[in-house]
Ligand binder design. Structure first.
Ligand code: MSP
Length: 738
């Protein structure tokens, strides 16, 4: 077991590998950008850094998404993996390797790991009947109908012969390991949550599945595929060459493993802090040195996720304000480890305040004046006053404070300290006003003041730029070149951050012409980004050119998420237990299929009201009245005509924010239905989808439009979010459900 202090000479860090059932959004970009910033700083500090990212492509969830999209899982995964990779490249993220779990090198490594665990006596065959959450690919304790503790979706019952991993044998060893390595998991809330989970007792874990085939076959027993989390976690070693006999792979593995940091989202800490170390201990492989959990990016009050339909894409921000603006916002606005709200308004405010008017304006003032007064050549500074000495002392302090905060992953504090130096430099310039010559000052004195002030301010900018490079790589590169310092990437390769200290800007250095850095965002920037998102949503042909792939809408994200920015820095950090999704209140009856039709003014209707009209979860705390079960006869049921239909048209209804107008095809006729699902489904994504309707419901009018039927949907706790009923197999239009 290894967990010594961080290795000074090499650094291996990883992002989670992203599921390919959803296209990349800002939530994914967040983890990857954080890793990129860390990797850039480490490299610029002369540390041999290996930064891994990739995609998680196996499992039932992906298989189902592909099927819904009418694609093979392989085609489907390839298309979405290419989007992730394309986006990371578009954002110039400096990963060293991108692993796909469908690659041969990974399959080989996973099979090797599985065989090793079995050979060492940690895997045995048994059978499992229990609950499984396909969305989180998680085994869940409890009776049928139990919601997933992570996402709140209702679990499925699986009954299979499986291979089991002896997780129970690691309870004590894991607790000892956490005790001996207090820095292993952070933040503290994650640490507490994990320890209490392990103390609660560990059961053996099923590590194979037989009911579907999209996975890595268990070596020697190919009707089983390896459990997707064992498969996925292994990427961190297979990407380095684990399981390969090739000397280059062996050397890479020996060089970089154990990982210095797995950066993950907080909801997957159990997999990384319990299962992963246990697998590694069982296989006799050293453990990673640390796991760091980031909080969630929230948008419109919920965790940004495809299933909630509240995503923003990194490309949108990049297109309007540039990738650096996004990086700056994410790292400055959200104290790492906490949840943070993304909003276009806050983004534009930060951009204009800190980048356009702050750093950008400072650079352009100084560079312009060096050109105006000194022909673009840094003048010699002489006759230093206390003002220069003070600025120099601040810069020196900032170099230390920035590094300390950054290395402790307190990026927001690091940037705050750096921007204090930006403001101080600005103030220094204004106080000394090199552009203004008072009549009583001689030409010679004024020349000397201009030289001293501009050389000093330019030096402060050089220091600021070097420090901010990992966070604003594109802009820092431009400023570095303007300051006549050459190519910053080259400087980073030469470990320039090891020598960063006041006094590096030589008199006589030739500046390059001023270039725009952060043009001020105009009033319409927010509208432009919103419009791009809307346009994107319309034109998205989901899932690799196939049919739309709606996922189940998730319940509302945890409400206790601390807000980002200054105010939350002061807010007490909440333990993770408190910020986990609120346990779903037990529904009065088993969550059953619910019919979804707008129920405008008819609360007494037997039809389940659309989620928005359902009582809020928080209100549903009173115990449900015990009702005597009312049975219906088969004849009663036969009166309900349930049929398969296909959505031809789906559109919003003006001034009715909960209603969609659908035109559906029953094969034998087309009809119009109004459904109260507008808050959960984008109309565009419904087109082409096969659904189930109640075909013999009496017509009724709403908003002047006639509705001829009702959609069937499951109603998910806590707020009754609808999930439309559908079929995995092909079913003809008009087919009756009995
Ligand atoms: N495939 C697994 C990880 C396997 S790692 C061996 C998985 N994939 S995921 O695509 O669902 O999530 C990947 C990462 O993206 C997680 O760390 C998750 O927290 C992060 N995010 C997805 N949406 C997010 C936000 N809205 N905000 C911040 N991060 C979020 O889990």
């Amino acid at each position: 077991m290894t967990n010594s202090a961080l290795s000074p000479e090499r650094f291996y860090l990883t992002t989670p590998i992203y599921y390919v059932n959803a296209r990349p959004h800002l939530g994914h970009a967040y983890s990857t950008i954080v890793c990129d910033a860390i990797a850039r700083r480490k490299r610029a500090l002369g540390i041999d850094t290996w930064f891994l990212t990739g995609t998680d492509e196996h499992g039932q969830k992906i298989e189902r998404s592909a099927r819904l999209a009418g694609r093979t899982p392989g085609e489907f995964a390839t298309a979405i993996a290419a989007e992730f990779r394309g986006l990371w490249d578009g954002l110039s993220l400096s990963y060293n390797d991108f692993i796909r779990t469908t690659e041969d090198r990974h399959k080989r490594g996973v099979q090797h790991l599985f065989a090793t665990l079995r050979d060492r006596g940690y895997i045995y065959k048994g059978s499992y009947t229990g609950q499984y959450c396909v969305s989180d690919e998680l085994y869940v304790d409890g009776p049928p109908g139990t919601p997933c503790p992570d996402c709140g979706r209702i679990t499925e019952t699986v009954s299979e012969e499986n291979y089991f991993f002896k997780l129970s044998a690691f309870e004590r060893k894991l607790l000892e390991f956490y005790e001996a390595n207090p820095g292993f998991m952070q933040p503290e809330s994650t640490r507490r949550e994990v320890i209490s989970f392990v103390r609660g007792g560990l059961k053996d874990l099923s590590v194979s599945r037989t009911s579907f085939s999209w996975g890595i076959p268990v070596p020697g027993d190919e009707k089983h595929v390896v459990y997707v989390w064992l498969d996925a976690l292994a990427n961190y070693i297979t990407a380095l060459g684990y399981g390969s006999d090739d000397p280059a792979d062996k050397a890479r593995f020996a060089r970089y493993w154990p990982a210095d940091m797995h950066l993950i989202g907080k909801e997957i800490s159990r997999f990384h802090c319990v299962y992963w170390p246990a697998f590694l201990m069982a296989a006799g492989i050293p453990l990673p040195r640390s796991v760091r959990a980031n909080g969630w990016l929230l948008f419109d009050q919920g965790k940004m996720s495809k299933s909630r339909g509240n995503i923003v894409r990194a490309e949108t921000v990049q297109q309007v304000l540039g990738a650096d603006a996004l990086r700056y916002f994410l790292l400055r606005e959200i104290p790492f480890g906490q949840d943070g709200t993304f909003s276009f308004d806050a983004l534009v405010q930060r951009y204009n305040g800190d980048l356009a008017n702050g750093y950008g304006n400072l650079v352009s003032r100084v560079v312009n004046m060096v050109f105006k007064y000194f022909g673009g050549v840094v003048p010699p500074a002489s006759g230093l006053t206390t003002a220069e000495v003070t600025l120099q002392a601040s810069a020196t302090r900032t170099i230390a404070a920035f590094g300390e905060a950054f290395d402790a992953m307190e990026f927001s504090d690091a940037l705050k300290a750096l921007w204090a130096l930006v403001a101080e430099t600005d103030g220094y310039l204004t106080a000394n006003a090199p552009w203004k010559k008072p009549p009583e000052r001689s030409e010679a004195d004024h020349y000397q003041l201009q030289a001293r002030v501009l050389a000093t301010a330019a030096e402060a900018i050089r220091v600021i730029t070097a420090l901010v490079y990992p966070i604003l790589p594109e802009s820092a590169a431009k400023v570095w070149a303007q300051l006549g310092q050459g190519d910053i990437t080259e400087a980073a390769r030469n470990a320039f951050l090891t020598q960063i200290a006041w006094g590096g800007l030589q008199a006589g250095t030739k500046f390059m012409g001023p270039a725009p850095l952060f043009p001020r965002a105009e009033k319409d920037a927010v509208e432009r980004m919103v419009a791009i998102e809307e346009q994107n949503n319309k034109s998205v042909i989901e899932a690799a050119g196939g049919a739309p792939v709606p996922e189940q809408p998730a319940p509302k994200a945890q409400p206790a998420a601390p807000q980002n920015s200054e105010s939350t820095k002061k807010a007490e950090k909440k333990p993770m237990e408190e910020t986990k999704p609120t346990p779903t209140p037990e529904p009065a009856a088993e969550p059953a299929a619910a019919s979804v039709q707008a129920a405008p003014a008819a609360p007494t209707s037997t039809v389940a009201a659309p989620a928005a009209e359902a009582p809020a979860a928080a209100e549903a705390v009173a115990p449900a009245p015990v009702e005597e079960k009312q049975y219906i006869t088969i004849d009663d049921f036969a009166k309900v005509e349930l049929r398969v239909a296909q959505v031809l048209v789906a559109e919003r209804i003006p001034k009715a924010d909960k209603l969609l107008r659908l035109e559906v095809d029953l094969g034998y006729e087309k009809r119009q239905i109004l459904a109260g699902i507008a808050q959960y489904y984008e109309p565009e994504k419904l087109i082409g989808r096969r659904i189930v309707i109640v075909a013999n419901l009496a017509p009724r009018k709403m908003r002047g439009l006639e509705s001829n039927g009702m959609l069937l949907a499951a109603s998910l706790p806590p707020d009754g979010a609808p999930v439309l009923a559908g079929f995995l197999e092909d079913v003809p239009l008009g087919a009756r459900l009995k």
